[in-house]
Write a new protein. Sequence first.
Length: 457
Amino acid sequence: MGKTRAVPATLITRIAELVTNEGDLGVYTAIENAALVIEDGVVAWSGPSSRAPAADAVIDAGRRAVLPGFVDSHAHLIFGGERSAEFAARMAGRPYQAGGIRTTVRATRAASDAALRANLRRLADEMLAQGTTTFECKSGYGLTVPDEERAVALAAEVTPEVTYLGAHVVPPEYTDDVAGYVDLVRGPMLKACAPHARWIDVFCEDGAFGGDETAAILAAGRAAGLAARVHANQLGPGPGVQVAARADAAAVDHCTYLTDADVDAITGTGMVATLLPGAEFSTRHPYPDARRLLAAGATVALATDCNPGSSFTSSMAFCIALAVREMKMTTEEALWSATAGGARALRRTDVGHLGTGARADLILLDAPSHAYLAYRPGVPLVAAVWQAGNLVAGSPRGLMSLRLAGDAGPEGGGARCFQFGVRPPLRGAGYARLDQVQAVEQAAHPRVVAPGHPAGG
Ligand code: NIG
Ligand code: FE
């Protein structure tokens, strides 16, 4: 550290609470009064501020919390139109029905590639600005071979975690030939979509696909090289969890209506149970019983289910707040589930934690601890976001100072220190690197604020 390199090593210090989720313990872990070094896009060191090594650049976290970037393992972001009227009708007492998906299928088929891409990128940017540094994205609103293929191809432009969900519902033109649609999904549609996808998913539910159909579709997907994940037991009890267990699914998602045998299948296989409280919020179904799953030893993930019908939120912080308030998860459990839990649901070991060697995906919170995500619901607390070591989002709220090591100070070894004050958000379009941020800050605040600003804690 400290030597000249293309991408400088960055020390983030004076972190009040650094959530690392380190080790393979499956539990939340954190360090107080901490520091962390990013080098070549990964976490090179973390520990107490007092023992922090030197680095090329120093960022003063100002006694705020740093967390792993959120891992949103369940989202449907390729769609046209919106369904706010359906939401309003539900709030006025109408029940949620899986058939609403067909409304979005119509709008999605009618949308241009450019419109779908713009909507997708807007949502992806929205997620990133709120601290989500890894997300999964499903198809499932096209339901023809070309419409599903374009959905997975678009998703692959923004994430490696692409899921083929041709089996979302049976489209209207196949109402009288469900078997014909299942054959399409596991035949030509799968062949067209598999090259763009990593995962296959099925909505196993009354009104969507039954257990045998789900099993047949997952088997075909696995034979084509895709790994399984399943929408199961969302709107009522059903075979979804058992079918997912037999298909070696990485995760079974929703889990709102579970029998004891379903809980056993989850713990017995190690499948991740992904809870999506945004869906229960927006459909007025009861929240899933997280305590029952945790007590049984299940691995629980939290995700947004972002989609225009049952859960139109991109906010992992909102889902954490719901999990804590409505599902009785502790703030530590909820944070773990929204980071390391999501990573497990995607079978990823490089994200969801900040152990040495992890991808440097992190969130600087405008608060001293992770608990504020639930304690201050609805407040935009994400001050800055790094993805693979690049600062990709920051808000005027993020007042921080940046010290550039190596510049001549009074003793020759001092540093320039920039106060990050009010500035335009650096987000959206791409991956602002630290040196670009420095250039922006230098232009905005050209004065030397405090040479020799202390780096340690
Ligand atoms: O996960 N359950 C199925 N799919 C989505 C709902 C999609 C929609 O209503 O458009 C879900 O909740
Ligand atoms: Fe979903």
